[in-house]
Design a protein around this ligand. Structure first.
Ligand SMILES: C[S@@+](CC[C@H](N)C(=O)[O-])C[C@H]1O[C@@H](n2cnc3c(N)ncnc32)[C@H](O)[C@@H]1O
Length: 240
């Protein structure tokens, strides 16, 4: 459990920030000590990757989308994957680079990925999906980046206000999340966490990947594991 002092810092950072980038920049020095609940999901993702790519002789290029301070990137890098972490928060990337120089760090927005077609074999994304304003566009981009047999694993979609206050289904929760979305929108944040985010993302992933499964992370929430992008969709999306 993080100390109250850290939670106070998170609260004041939220009040003084006007975008996700500013918020995550501000809390980057304490992020790893405050947000620890998704560690279990990161471990499960690493385990899935280890099994899927066991015995491979060539290096596997992995993009960690919304890598933050690099908890998952570090685990994958330690496992021998060639990891590139992309995040909108430059200060979070600096924290990541200080802890593992092998990880390439790129500042950017998930909606405009600065990579060539087929640049990666795997894209992972942990806890960041809730912040993407155009998730379908991001999936279309992943389709472009991932080569044949591409692998996409996304996870940690807790219906929780600020990733912390967990909601149950029901009228009051729905009302609370609406108020939260309204206020965070007014402050300039993107945070689309609600009880349907996991389901919505799974349905969208089915449109862009040939095989999509959900995997239990040993917690209440799941990981979405998708294999082999439907490349024909790129044309459909871009011509719409
Ligand atoms: C909850 S944190 C998760 C960080 C990391 N994946 C982890 O598990 O510790 C969400 C991250 O998404 C990043 N982010 C938010 N919107 C983004 C965007 N549009 N493009 C890239 N990164 C974004 C934030 O800067 C933040 O580092």
């Amino acid at each position: 459990m993080a100390r109250p002092r850290f939670w106070w810092q998170v609260f004041t950072a939220a009040l003084h920030s006007h975008s996700n980038r500013q918020f995550y920049d501000r809390i980057s020095p304490i992020y790893d000590r405050v947000f620890v609940k998704h560690r279990k999901h990161a471990k499960k993702m690493t385990e899935i990757m280890r099994t899927a790519y066991a015995g491979r002789e060539c290096t596997t290029r992995v993009l960690d989308l919304g890598c933050g301070t690099g908890m998952l990137s570090r685990m994958l890098s330690a496992d021998g994957f060639d990891v590139t972490g992309l995040d909108i928060s430059i200060k979070s990337l600096q924290v990541m680079r200080r802890s593992d120089k092998r990880i390439e760090a790129i500042q950017g927005d998930a909606s405009h990925l600065p990579f060539t077609d087929d640049a990666f074999q795997v894209v992972v994304s942990l806890g960041s999906w809730r912040h993407f304003s155009e998730p379908e566009h991001v999936l279309a981009e992943l389709n472009r980046l991932l080569g044949k047999n591409g692998f996409f694993i996304a996870g940690y979609f807790p219906p929780a206000i600020g990733g912390v206050v967990h909601l149950v289904n029901g009228f009051w929760s729905r009302l609370l999340i609406r108020i939260y979305h309204f206020l965070t929108g007014k402050l300039g944040f993107e945070d689309h966490a609600d009880s349907l985010l996991e389901e919505r993302t799974t349905i969208l992933a089915r449109k862009y990947f040939k095989q999509v499964d959900t995997v239990d992370s040993g917690e209440k929430w799941h990981l979405i594991v998708a294999i082999d992008p439907c490349t024909s969709l790129i044309n459909t999306v871009s011509s719409e």
